[in-house]
Ligand binder design. Structure first.
Ligand SMILES: *Cc1c(COP(=O)(O)O)cnc(C)c1O
Length: 421
């Protein structure tokens, strides 16, 4: 079970929702920091442990900076993500550049920042060399196990995945890079997304540990770090349990002692690229009810839309919804909760049991702290919502203002006037 609570009392929450322009995102600073510390603590046995927070999960420098203070790095996959990282004080080996289908200029920027470059593809060896005119001292390769591993339900079958070097290519990759003079090597994979079963993560560690030993045997190259990728899930539904991370840590430690220590690869650094499990549960999308109506079904229309949070429409993902102040009321109504896009899949929930909802009620959509705001878009000329941080001292700070019409039209080149005066 995972309890869906609000980070402040009803009264305060309603006041805030009426004071700020809705919809908006609210992140809970203390909860994020405490969670980051817990994550570090869990893996404190692992040499050089670090989580490279996947910037795409929550690309706001205020949040990145909070994590930076906890020793996190950034996992980037584009030039703007690299620049956001840099702006947040994260450079050098605290950046993991795990990109795919990568343009040369992005390799150049990553190299200039001193980032660890994680190659997704065997042809990227040449792209990288063309881009930077040399090879970096450290290189990592992303492994795709193909039919050696079943992917989890969300990321899909590895054979169908566009990512990574195949089992045949991976050893060759290290051989080539050794010949070119690379000194330090890492090994990465990511075969799960939003996974809640910890044993899947432990088995991924086993796969990478075994592969590191095989690479050493076949090429003499010493893998110095293992990058487990992201993909640790969160319990979006109240009846789901969070992943048992203690079990994951213990399981990985046992495998480390069993496989890595005797192989002579100890100390082997272990890193993750988790985004979702770090900020996901501690972000809320706050919205007001614009209308409640009855058609062939009962509808609650809110001022947020899938342009603010795409996951329900994109994946059919469940996001818990609280009607602020009515948590204790009987949940005896069945509603579709919709946004205003001219798209019938613009729904946050279908047939959701909720208390009786009225116009003006404040609806909070939970677990929106990762892959939430960042996936937003401008369809129907919807303007992007603002982001706020609930500070440790109880105050609320704006960390991204809402987009304005002027922002929206700023890139247009148009002879006429865009604004009537
Ligand atoms: C998206 C992504 C992550 C983060 O995934 P989470 O589900 O947020 O943990 C990490 N690494 C890579 C390469 C990714 O694409």
């Amino acid at each position: 079970m995972s309890e869906k609570t609000l980070p402040m009392g009803h009264g305060d929450f309603l006041e805030l929702a009426y004071q700020l322009p809705t919809p908006f995102y609210l992140y809970d600073e203390k909860a994020i920091v405490d969670n980051a510390r817990r994550f570090n603590q869990l893996f404190s046995w692992a040499p050089g442990f670090r989580n490279y927070f996947a910037v795409k999960a929550c690309p706001n420098p205020t949040i990145l900076k909070l994590l930076e203070k906890e020793g996190f790095g950034c996992d980037c996959s584009s030039l703007p993500e690299l620049l956001l990282s840099k702006a947040s004080g994260i450079t050098g080996e605290r950046i993991m550049f795990t990109s795919n289908d990568t343009p040369e200029e992005e390799f150049r920027a990553a190299y200039e920042l001193g980032a660890i470059i994680n190659l997704d593809d065997i042809t990227h060896i040449e792209t990288l060399e063309n881009a930077i005119g040399t090879v970096p001292e450290t290189i990592c390769f992303r492994y795709n196990p193909g039919k050696n591993r079943t992917g989890n339900a969300i990321i899909g079958n590895p054979v169908e995945a566009k990512y990574g070097l195949t089992d045949d290519q991976i050893v060759e990759g290290y051989r080539i890079m050794q010949d070119k003079g690379v000194k330090h090597f890492g090994l990465h994979t990511m075969v799960a997304s939003n996974e809640l079963d910890g044993s899947y993560i432990v088995e991924t560690a086993r796969m990478l540990f075994d592969l590191a030993v095989r690479i050493k045997k076949e090429t003499g190259a010493t893998i110095e770090f293992i990058d487990m990728g992201g993909g640790i899930g969160i319990p979006y539904r109240p009846d789901q349990d969070a992943m048992d991370l203690q079990m994951v840590s213990d399981g990985m430690k046992a495998l480390y002692d069993e496989i890595i220590v005797p192989s002579g690869l100890d100390p082997l650094q272990i890193v993750f690229e988790c985004g979702r499990v770090i900020t996901g549960p501690y972000g809320y999308l706050v919205s007001k009810v614009l209308h409640v109506t009855k058609k062939y079904k009962d509808y609650v229309g809110i001022d947020a839309s899938m342009a603010d949070l795409m996951r329900p429409a994109l994946y059919g993902a469940y996001h818990h919804i609280t009607v602020v102040g009515k948590e204790k009321n009987f949940h005896d109504h069945l509603y579709d909760v919709t946004g205003s896009l001219c798209e019938n899949n613009d729904k946050f929930a279908i047939d959701r049991e909720l208390p009786k909802v009225e116009r003006g009620d404040v609806l909070v959509i939970h677990d929106a702290g990762a892959h939430g705001h960042s996936m937003g878009f401008n369809y129907n000329a919807k303007l992007r919502s603002g982001e706020y941080l609930l500070m440790g001292d109880g105050s609320v700070k704006m960390i991204r203002r809402a987009q304005t019409y002027d922002d929206y039209v700023a890139t247009l080149r148009f002879e006429g006037a865009l604004v009537e005066v």
